[in-house]
Design a protein around this ligand. Sequence first.
Ligand SMILES: Nc1ncnc2c1ncn2[C@@H]1O[C@H](COP(=O)(O)OP(=O)(O)OP(=O)(O)O)[C@@H](O)[C@H]1O
Length: 272
Amino acid sequence: MTQVIERTEAVKLRVMENAQWNKPVYETNGLNLWYGTSHALKNIDLTIHEKEVTAIIGPSGCGKSTYLKTLNRMVELAGNVSISGNVTFQGDNILDRSMPVEMLRSKVGMVFQKPNPFPKSIYENVAFGPKIHGIKNRAILDQVVENSLKKAALWDEVKDRLHENAYGLSGGQQQRLCIARALAVEPEVILMDEPTSALDPVSTNKVEELIKEIKNDVTIVIVTHNMQQAARISDRTAFFLNGEVIEYDRTSTIFNEPADQLTYDYINGRFG
Ligand SMILES: Nc1ncnc2c1ncn2[C@@H]1O[C@H](COP(=O)(O)OP(=O)(O)OP(=O)(O)O)[C@@H](O)[C@H]1O
């Protein structure tokens, strides 16, 4: 009887905890992906929750970037890709292509490992997306540019040089500009593929602070090789190995009491 009560309490606790989880943005079920005959993603089940930071960790070649690029269908650009399973974004299956890819990408921004500003002014980099979306009014564009640069913690550093070429910025500033550019179109999600691996520690810290700040407005999925970074900034962590998800849980659980020995060994630097 005591055991039954204990189990019931445990279930109640779990239900209460689940009720506090933010609602799903992406749901991935039974996702398999092949590059030619090479099986890169194996039966992936993952739910990405709204306004959380989800970190994807794992050794080189385990499929982290492939999974990230599946979320905005960039992975298809590789050409020799075949996919099975389901990935829904806000309830729509994105793999059956019923949602136009342009619509998906207008809601899902991406920031890459190497900062990739356009060869334009700082202002034009940020205004680029809103202009494509039809905003022509200068006063509105000015406001969007200012707000986005403020959110990206870059405004104070660039407000007096908005019309200078973005290539004149430091690497860390360029990466924050790329984040401002992504934010300017008010995306639902930003995918980040090792966004700080090319940055010095001070710039890395600025980008991490910025990620913690913007998750109030936007869902973030970040691939990182830096486990301390995953522990510092993410709410949930998925550990990938050889194309499989070995474990996915709250970041504190993954780092402090992982359920799988492989996760424990990876976190503790025993391989990878
Ligand atoms: N365009 C491609 N064509 C063929 N194979 C690919 C392609 N892109 C990735 N792969 C292979 O798919 C597997 C997963 O690669 P992926 O880049 O997703 O791994 P990763 O975990 O992000 O690695 P890293 O941490 O080194 O960036 C690897 O074996 C890789 O060689």
